[in-house]
Design a protein around this ligand. Structure first.
Ligand SMILES: C[S@@+](CC[C@H](N)C(=O)[O-])C[C@H]1O[C@@H](n2cnc3c(N)ncnc32)[C@H](O)[C@@H]1O
Length: 303
């Protein structure tokens, strides 16, 4: 996910991450179709359209993000198609527009700062936002639902695995004890509970004490890791020889999935990995856009 601490030059709340590196790997100037599986507000998509003559298919499961992308790409009408879908359904989206094979696929995983900072979306731990966290507002489960129904062991696993939260056990335990008395509905309810669950010294170090719990819940609510490996593998099989697959990730679990699919594809002689080690943002980009700090870019060329 590309986060920023402010508005981008394009006037949005999301600055696309490692744009030059993405373009260098993805765009060769000869391609006819590129799929942006996580088009978001269209930051990368706009640059791809500017830099190439391709037709761009943009997918996102967030309706609001697609609206922003549609506006941002308006001067390229006729050269793009946007679809509200999960990227795990990318083949079906391409079938709808009659495209069997493509020349490049981009995944820019996670959430956008726009989603994170809009209080009505419930991703933020600031204020009184409802605990929603769905990227797709028609999705069946909100963070509040999860907190209400999840077994204690499962909550602990989610917090430990997805949030790398060392106080996963006491936080999960307090959630289950407290929800008997009253449901956790807002960010404030959960933040207060986290402060009570963790030792006093942990409240003062390592960033906001609720950051890890919120990240873990977001990953669980949106099932961000389920089927990710299949989706990336599908991208390889729908890309033409010479074409590119590029994955930007912001979390060690996501990057681990990307890394293992890339290795598998190389071993099967489907593709060759372009950089043995993932690329990371320059110091200048990390300073300009703190949300880019954890980014890792993997790219491969189809054989
Ligand atoms: C980091 S943002 C992408 C930002 C975009 N590259 C830009 O420059 O504006 C990630 C986007 O992926 C979307 N997303 C995450 N998982 C998805 C999935 N499984 N299917 C479709 N979209 C997804 C999110 O809704 C979010 O808009």
């Amino acid at each position: 996910m590309g986060l920023v601490s402010g508005r981008s030059p394009e006037g949005s709340f999301h600055v696309p991450v490692m744009v030059e590196e993405v373009l260098a790997k993805l765009v060769r100037g000869t391609e006819s179709v590129i799929v942006d599986c996580t088009v978001g507000g269209g930051g990368h998509a706009l640059r791809i359209l500017e830099r190439s003559k391709c037709f761009l298919v943009g997918i996102d499961k967030d309706e609001e993000a697609l609206e922003v992308a549609r506006r941002r790409l308006a001067s390229y009408v006729g050269r793009f198609f946007l679809a509200k879908a999960d990227f795990r359904e990318v083949r079906a989206v391409l079938a709808r527009v009659g495209i069997p094979r493509v020349d490049g696929v981009l995944f820019d995983l996670g959430v956008s700062l726009r989603q994170l900072t809009d209080p009505s979306r419930g991703f933020t731990y600031w204020g009184d936002a409802p605990l929603d966290m769905r990227m797709d507002k028609s999705g069946p489960v909100t963070a509040a639902n999860l907190l209400e129904t999840c077994a204690e062991e499962e909550l602990e696993r989610i917090l430990r695995e997805y949030g790398e939260e060392r106080y996963a056990r006491p936080i999960a335990h307090l959630i289950v004890t407290e929800r008997e008395k009253r449901p956790l509905r807002t960010a404030r309810d959960l933040v207060e509970l986290i402060y009570r669950a963790i030792p006093a010294r942990a409240r003062r170090t390592g960033g906001h004490p609720a950051r890890r719990t919120f990240q873990a819940l977001r990953i669980a609510v949106n099932r961000e890791l389920d089927g990710l490996d299949r989706a990336i593998e599908t991208a390889f099989y729908m890309t033409k020889p010479g074409g590119r697959v590029v994955v930007l990730s912001y979390h060690s679990l996501e990057d681990g999935v990307a890394k293992s699919v890339f290795k598998r594809m190389e071993a099967a002689k489907v593709a060759s990995i372009l950089e043995k080690k993932p690329l990371t943002p320059t110091k200048a980009e990390r300073e300009r856009n703190p949300g880019s700090r954890s980014a890792k870019l993997r790219a491969a060329a189809l054989i």
